[in-house]
Write a protein that binds this ligand. Structure first.
Ligand code: SAH
Length: 312
């Protein structure tokens, strides 16, 4: 089964989907949007909070993240953080870009970590904002470790990772009872920019019905070939979700055997999440953005269960 790339919103802003949804629910968001009444932690001077900003849609921030934004003196943010989120910070807060994008000139990891140490030592209340979840392929662990080694107190605020939330926005459940009892999250390249040599594709292929690949576009030829030679069928469904949860979200539905050519044909570029496995078929019934736009489900029983979804 092969369906062309779909784009859910022609508006070029990364956060236009969010604004659309806000407008639809008639719930204007503003800087003064109050946090619910709860004992929110205080970001103290000299502390660094490492916080996930989610995959893009600002509405996917956690309340802890919003609480942090409301207090920080300095926000050090990554390339994949939706910058509209920074509008919710205090007006006097300083925003420092510390983006790292594969193949492009970017700040060195050690420099970023040491900058955080310096800011904390200068008595700032520091918010380190990272795309998705800070501990999922985001080097958050390394930054946190450096801070602890330098005696800087930290707090970790998880975020919604692109490999889960991004797929959900594409209508793909990362686990589904009829498809998988496990899921493997894989990175497509390591620190040197190459496919990690430590990855045992045979074991991943046998052990996990669904494989979610971060940073997989650059090495897709090698990755798809490795999976096929490890025993996965070349007709196995694959989805590539780019700019997930933003107004520029695009979804390519393809197969392991055709993914490399399709990525080239459609000019697909990072950031993208690649999902390999039959759960991709569920998009035919769960593409909720298409449904909301008035389209009919393509197939209400894409896994061919032939019985109600809720039955035991
Ligand atoms: N910590 C992040 C991942 C950082 S690694 C998280 O938990 O999501 C960066 C990779 O994440 C990108 O190359 C891409 O593979 C994926 N990614 C992050 N945001 C994305 C988005 N909005 N859409 C698609 N992929 C995304």
């Amino acid at each position: 089964m092969h369906v062309p790339v779909t784009q859910n919103d022609a508006t070029p802003s990364r956060c236009s989907l969010f604004h659309q949804l806000v407008a639809r629910h008639n719930c204007p968001m503003s800087d003064s949007f109050p946090l619910p009444d709860a004992p929110w932690p205080t970001l103290l001077p000299g502390w660094v909070w490492l916080c996930g900003a989610g995959p893009g849609d600002p509405g996917l921030l956690t309340l802890h993240a919003l609480n942090a934004l409301r207090q920080a003196d300095v926000i050090v943010y990554d390339a994949l953080v939706e910058t509209a989120i920074l509008d919710w910070a205090r007006p006097e807060a300083e925003a420092i870009y510390a983006g790292k994008r594969g193949g492009k000139p970017s700040a060195k990891q050690r420099d970023i970590s040491l900058r955080l140490v310096d800011l904390a030592r200068a008595g700032k209340r520091v918010l380190r904002l990272k795309g998705g979840d800070p501990f999922v392929f985001g080097r958050g662990g390394e930054e946190a470790q450096t801070l602890v080694q330098h005696g800087v107190p930290i707090r970790i605020i998880p975020g919604i990772s692109a490999g889960i939330g991004g797929l959900a926005y594409a209508g793909i459940p990362v686990t589904h009872r009829d498809v998988n009892q496990s899921v493997t999250f894989v990175t497509g390249h390591d620190q040197s920019g190459e496919t990690p040599s430590s990855l045992d594709w045979g074991a991943i292929s046998r052990g996990s019905q669904v494989i979610v690949i971060y940073m997989g576009i650059k090495h897709i030829a090698q990755i798809s070939a490795s999976l096929i030679s490890a025993g996965r069928g070349s007709s196995e469904p694959v989805a590539v979700v780019t700019n997930a949860t933003t107004g520029n979200q695009r979804v390519l539905e393809t197969t392991l055997g055709t993914i490399e050519a399709d990525i080239a044909t459609h000019g697909i570029e990072p950031p993208a999440i690649i999902c390999v496995g039959r759960s991709v078929l569920m998009r035919q019934v769960l593409d909720w953005q298409a449904l909301a736009a008035g389209e009919a489900p393509r197939d209400i029983d894409p896994l061919g269960r032939g019985r109600p979804a809720e039955s035991a």
